[in-house]
Design a binder for this molecule. Structure first.
Ligand code: HEC
Length: 155
């Protein structure tokens, strides 16, 4: 009865997703009916704890200890800039490809008028990869599966 459970979960998630989704991407995630099976996550405990440590050290001061983001993150700050969004799957981070996420972390958004610092001189690509591994491990299965299927070509 696994399939039935997935369908029920998927249906109960729909209203939540439409709340958090960017309007133009709202239905894209579901267009191919891709979330038929959850993707089995292969989390290496050592990599997980390294990613977690690096995240807590460098990112949690703005994005929160569990990646919950700033309070009222959808509102701009007093200078009209975006506040640190949640990275835990409740925001729109999962709409971006792994490459786009790594680029935002490497380059920050200072040059495009935002407040996200650039990390390319402080963290190696490998460290950024480990942090992203921890971040995506916080996402609910449904969200992780949609993101995974959109960005990892399966044969
Ligand atoms: C000084 C505060 C601050 C720190 C520290 C910080 N960020 Fe950010 N981050 C931001 C802000 C503000 C934004 C929104 C940027 C914008 O929209 O211009 C952001 C955006 C992001 C995004 C894009 C999220 C999305 O949903 O589009 C990612 C991914 C991200 N940060 C990851 C990280 C990681 C990983 C670290 C640690 C290596 C980190 N951030 C450290 C402030 C911070």
């Amino acid at each position: 009865m696994r399939l039935k459970k997935i369908i029920i979960l998927g249906a109960s998630l729909l209203p939540l997703l439409s709340l958090v989704a960017c309007s133009e991407e709202k239905n894209a995630a579901f267009s191919d009916n891709q979330q038929t099976e959850y993707v089995e996550r292969k989390v290496n405990p050592r990599e997980y704890s390294q990613g977690q440590r690096l995240y807590q050290l460098n990112c949690s001061s703005c994005h929160g200890k569990q990646g919950e983001g700033a309070k009222n993150w959808q509102k701009r700050d007093k200078d009209g800039k975006n506040q640190p969004p949640p990275l835990n799957g409740t925001g729109h981070t999962w709409h971006h490809s792994p490459k786009a996420l790594a680029l935002v972390i490497r380059n920050g958004t200072g040059k495009i008028g935002g407040n996200m610092p650039a990390w390319k001189d402080k963290l190696s690509n490998r460290e950024i990869e480990l942090i992203l591994g921890w971040i995506t491990a916080q996402w609910p299965d449904e969200i992780y599966t949609i993101w995974y299927n959109q960005h990892h070509q399966q044969n």
